[in-house]
Design a binder for this molecule. Structure first.
Ligand code: HEM
Length: 189
């Protein structure tokens, strides 16, 4: 699985940075959880909106059933959180790789399942429509099956890696800026 291997190698360090950054605040706390959901809400709607216009995305099994923007917005509403303005995702264009982008989004479900289990073991009473979205539907497995059918020429792998890194970078920036803004307003992160 050349494409998967390349994506894993190229984004592993970014995933670790993001995981560390998210984990700086306990996910079981209302503030840590809000921070996590708001980070997703700055990116996911714009990226999913772009994917919906792509015929390549439509070839992914159950493509529409994978969209999590509505579930995310439901959780934000339950927590009385504003829907943040979406970040600039202008790196998404004709040259962007659906495979690279979906790798990041679909992979984030694996982390979501882990976080959901953490919440389940805590006393936290937090809405989990986003984290639970697609549970039991083998989305990761069918995504990997689809990925093996995608073009894996040198330039296709390069585009996939570039797009995946850009998505991870956007998440990291969203989290960092949220923390900086909170620091400015409340004098604490
Ligand atoms: C505290 C936050 C997070 C934790 C604890 C976490 C944890 C995990 C775990 C446990 C896995 C599964 C590893 C395995 O089964 O081999 C995983 C996979 C993955 N996560 Fe995360 N994750 C977090 C956030 C995110 C976010 C926000 C994204 C993307 C936006 C993301 C993207 C991915 C990707 C792409 C994979 C697939 C790796 C692969 O198997 O190729 N994760 N994560």
């Amino acid at each position: 699985m050349q494409l998967l291997q390349a994506l894993r190698e190229a984004t592993g360090p970014l995933h670790r940075r993001l995981d560390d950054a998210v984990s700086e605040q306990p996910i079981e706390s209302p503030s840590g959880y809000s921070r996590f959901l708001s980070m997703h809400a700055e990116i996911l709607p714009a990226v999913e909106g772009w994917l919906l216009r792509s015929s390549e995305f439509a070839s992914l099994p159950d493509s529409r059933a994978r969209l999590r923007t509505d579930a995310l917005r439901r959780d934000l509403k339950t927590l009385n959180l504003p829907i943040p303005a979406t970040r600039d995702v202008s790196f998404l264009n004709d040259e962007s790789s659906v495979a690279g982008i979906c790798y990041v989004l679909e992979g984030s479900r694996l982390g979501a399942a882990y976080l959901c289990a953490l919440l389940g073991k805590s006393d936290a009473s937090l809405p989990t429509a986003f984290l639970r979205h697609g549970a039991g539907r083998s989305h990761w497995k069918t995504f990997l099956g689809w990925l093996t059918e995608q073009e894996c020429s040198g330039s296709a792998v390069e585009r996939a890696v570039f797009s995946a890194r850009q998505v991870f970078d956007s998440y990291l920036k969203a989290l960092l800026e949220q923390d900086n803004n909170r620091m400015r307003v409340f004098g604490t992160s």
